[in-house]
Design a protein around this ligand. Structure first.
Ligand code: FO1
Length: 314
């Protein structure tokens, strides 16, 4: 990663991805980082286009995220939702009063013909975010989880059903014909390095890889590719990653995660608690690198981002 080379391309999903994206944004200037975010989780609620992962990254970088949940805004109220509930509308997806403004504005601009990339750029600029945060695609891609209870739309599975149904497979409707967003497309050509943030490989990273020819382009990507494991000590830091590894027949450990990245990744960052798995990672063809990957504080996020930057600078 020399001084004249291209930016670092970071691929992120929800809360875990947003934490590392924040760390990277603190150690790389805006012209050296492009954050591409999963939009397979997007859904329409109350006639509004909600992009949960884009918003999680956007609110996190703007310093506005709810510190308890990691998603949504700090200091939220839910009066609109209460009123919607009085009217008999389904309110299992918790949209806060302030958060609703984001979805109203996004929906307005999309209906005026703006692309999701253009809307996201505008919202980010207005929240003072200098780094590029872009959707994986401007085309519609929807994650569907095939479960023992049948196929479930992502948020139905994740929020309404609390990830309880057993997963059989995950598919990404529309991904094959979708194109990477313009900034993602450019970054795939110009980036000097690639980072898979510690997001759920099945729900957050796979949808990005499923867009058009993205997987092939990452398989033949020239610079170093690094993955940070979202599994520590055999458990997911949050969300259903560990449960899904088990249900899909993989080891419930960082090794199970690494298996999903075979051929896609050169350097694999695992937590110090998982030191014993380093040899197994090596035998999957990835260079293991051990550090603290648990990002409770901003200092943790920055330390992990610096660790990755050092790996990429070698
Ligand atoms: N996650 C939940 O577990 N429950 C919710 O009610 C919920 C509401 C919500 C509203 C806006 C938003 O941007 C995100 C929200 N999330 C909620 C998070 C979201 O469903 C997931 O974190 C991601 O889609 C998975 O990465």
């Amino acid at each position: 990663m020399g001084t004249t080379s291209g930016p670092v391309l970071a691929l992120a999903g929800g809360v875990g991805g947003a934490k590392l994206a924040l760390g990277l944004s603190k150690v790389l200037p805006p012209d050296r980082l492009v954050i591409v975010v999963n939009t397979g989780d997007d859904e329409e609620f109350h006639g509004l286009h909600v992009s949960p992962d884009l918003d999680t990254v956007m609110y996190t970088l703007a310093g506005l995220a709810n510190p308890d949940t990691g998603w949504g805004l700090a200091g939220e109220s839910f009066q609109t939702l209460e009123m919607l509930s009085n009217y008999g509308a389904p309110t299992w997806f918790n949209l806060g009063d302030k958060d609703l403004a984001t979805h109203i504005r996004r929906t307005q601009l999309l209906s005026q013909g703006w692309s999701l990339s253009q809307v996201t750029r505008d919202l980010c600029q207005r929240l003072g975010i200098e780094h590029a945060v872009v959707p994986m695609s401007d085309d519609e891609v929807r994650t569907v989880v095939d479960t023992d209870d049948g196929p479930l739309a992502f948020q139905e599975y994740f929020v309404h059903r609390h990830c309880e149904p057993r997963t059989r497979a995950v598919s990404f409707h529309g991904a094959e014909v979708a194109k990477p967003s313009p900034t993602f497309d450019t970054a795939l050509r110009s980036a000097s390095a690639l980072v898979f943030c510690p997001s759920n490989p099945f729900l957050s990273i796979d949808p990005i890889l499923a867009v058009g020819d993205v997987r092939e382009r990452i398989l033949s990507f020239k610079g170093p590719r690094v993955t940070v494991s979202p599994i520590v000590g055999g458990a997911a830091l949050r969300g259903p990653a560990a449960k899904m590894l088990e249900e899909l027949g993989h080891p419930v450990s960082c090794v199970g995660v690494a298996r999903q990245y075979r051929g896609l990744c050169d350097l694999f960052v695992l937590d110090q608690a998982d030191n014993a798995h380093a040899d197994a990672i090596q035998s999957l063809g990835m260079e293991p690198h051990v550090t603290n990957t648990i990002m409770n504080t901003d200092e943790d996020k920055i330390a992990l981002a610096k660790f990755i930057r050092r790996l990429l600078e070698r």
